[in-house]
Design a protein around this ligand. Structure first.
Ligand code: HEM
Length: 437
């Protein structure tokens, strides 16, 4: 559409205008240069009643959003930085994944279930202070909830709702009940509430062990402050959002990464060669190692650019009368920064439609950071879990590459590369064989 209408055009969803922004320069203007003008998030109409007094981070704005975001970001950083909590739990999950694949003895396996379990367990460790065994019912709710959110986001009715709110309004209670059932929301909510109760039994510890400890301490600290948004309800909402925003996206990124490796066995071999040359066999992989593994780091980034799983990004809203590329725009208009278009912008990438790790390497083979790499978006609303996701993906990917050679099952010549449109662009289910190295 941008070749016909230019990089900035309006789509009408029924009576609601939505401005779509394409290409690196225009998207950068919205997300980075004028971040403040476009920092707000529109709340989908069908969600408005569900999140009215517990707004969390993802769909909140203004003072509420600033407080919850700053606190969540700082807490995740404090839990992960200088302390081994995050990396230890990722390494443990990498070990479980390796065992799972090894048990297959080279037989075909769909990696999506094991990946989702690994990612959910890392997030659970940060939030609750412990992981789950796959047999636990509670863990199954987490898995089902993550899967359902992804399927739900691809459905037509939320879009119809935005387009024709007056027509859809009478259906709102039914649609909300469907959403709650589909997403296992109530079970997830109960799971989080149980975890909070367990934490409360032990009182507030001096040194917070996890996100819940930190949030409970914050609620205590802010008691009596009329400007405080730290409440029990908000704690549940923020935790659920961290799961929902973090688990499916990271799992899908790992699925695309392995898919790219079986599609490009020669690049997989080069990654393994670098890992074997640079790392001692007994070395436990850390996120820091990306600095001595430029090729591997470039390949992982290229799998993410090429799959561009954050699709067209997440809606923003103009917070005042402003403009994009000189075109005036009123306050309160829905904006869609098309991140996919940035990852395929011919002015930014040498061969946008070809899988090419060279996009992230200089002529001497050093890793090069690219401003047009916007998997996690950019600016003041950039993904809150970026550091966590990057750490998980690097350690899990390199650990698997070191342990196995991945290939297509015998007789399978090609994998379906088309993406399924949901919250994330997801690959079609596929199987691969993990051959121990
Ligand atoms: C590969 C994995 C991930 C990808 C591709 C991804 C991508 C994104 C994107 C594109 C946004 C929208 C930013 C914007 O509005 O411009 C976002 C927001 C967000 N992400 Fe992620 N994300 C990932 C993992 C995670 C993880 C692991 C967590 C937390 C555990 C997380 C938590 C969030 C939250 C809370 C927001 C909302 C931030 C706000 O509205 O202020 N994400 N993410």
């Amino acid at each position: 559409m941008s070749s016909t209408y230019g990089n900035v055009y309006t789509l009408w969803l029924g009576s609601t205008p939505m401005v779509v922004v394409n290409g690196y320069q225009a998207v950068k203007e919205v997300l980075v240069t004028r971040s403040e003008d476009f920092a707000e998030r529109p709340v989908p109409i069908f969600l408005q009643d569900l999140i009215h007094d517990a707004q969390g981070v993802l769909f909140s704005n203004g003072h509420h959003w600033k407080q919850q975001r700053r606190f969540s970001l700082m807490t995740l950083r404090n839990l992960g930085l200088g302390k081994p909590v995050l990396e230890d739990s990722i390494q443990q999950e990498a070990g479980v994944l390796i065992e799972t694949f090894a048990r297959q003895n080279g037989k075909p396996i769909d990696p999506s279930g094991p990946f989702l379990a690994a990612i959910n367990n890392v997030i659970a460790t940060m939030l609750f202070g412990h992981s789950f065994s796959s047999e636990q019912d509670t863990f199954q709710h987490l898995i089902d909830g993550s899967k359902a959110m992804q399927q739900f986001s691809g459905k037509m009715w939320p879009r119809l709702y935005e387009a024709f709110p007056m027509v859809m309004k009478p259906l709102q209670p039914i649609l909300q009940r469907t959403l709650l059932a589909l997403s296992h929301w109530k079970q997830l909510e109960r799971l989080v509430q149980n975890e909070i109760r367990e934490h409360q039994k032990g009182g507030v510890p001096e040194e917070p062990r996890d996100f819940i400890d930190s949030y409970l301490a914050q609620v205590e600290k802010c008691k009596g402050d009329p400007a405080s948004t730290f409440t029990g309800k908000n704690m549940v909402q923020v935790i659920l959002e961290l799961f929902i925003a973090g688990s499916d996206t990271s799992t899908v990124a790992l699925r695309w990464a392995l898919l790219c490796m079986v599609e490009h066995p020669e690049i997989q071999e080069q990654v393994q060669e670098e890992l074997d040359t640079v790392l001692d066999p007994s070395h436990v992989i850390r996120y820091e190692d990306r600095k001595i593994l430029p090729f591997t780091n470039a390949v992982l980034h290229e799998t993410q650019r090429f799959s561009s799983l954050s699709a067209v990004g997440v809606f923003h809203k103009s917070s005042k009368n402003t403009s994009i590329k000189g075109m005036p725009l009123s306050k309160g208009v829905m904006i869609l920064p098309n991140l996919y278009s940035v990852h395929y912008d011919p002015e930014q990438w040498e061969t946008p439609y070809k899988f090419n790790p060279g996009h992230f390497l200089d002529k001497d083979g050093n890793f090069v950071k690219k401003d047009a790499f916007l998997l996690f978006s950019a600016g003041i609303r950039v993904c809150l879990g970026e550091k966590m996701a990057r750490t998980m993906l690097f350690i899990l990917f390199t650990s698997l590459m070191r342990a196995f050679r991945f290939q297509l099952p015998e007789g399978v010549k090609k994998i379906n590369r088309e993406a399924i449109l949901g919250i994330a662009l997801t690959p079609h289910p596929y199987k691969l064989c993990a051959i121990p190295r």
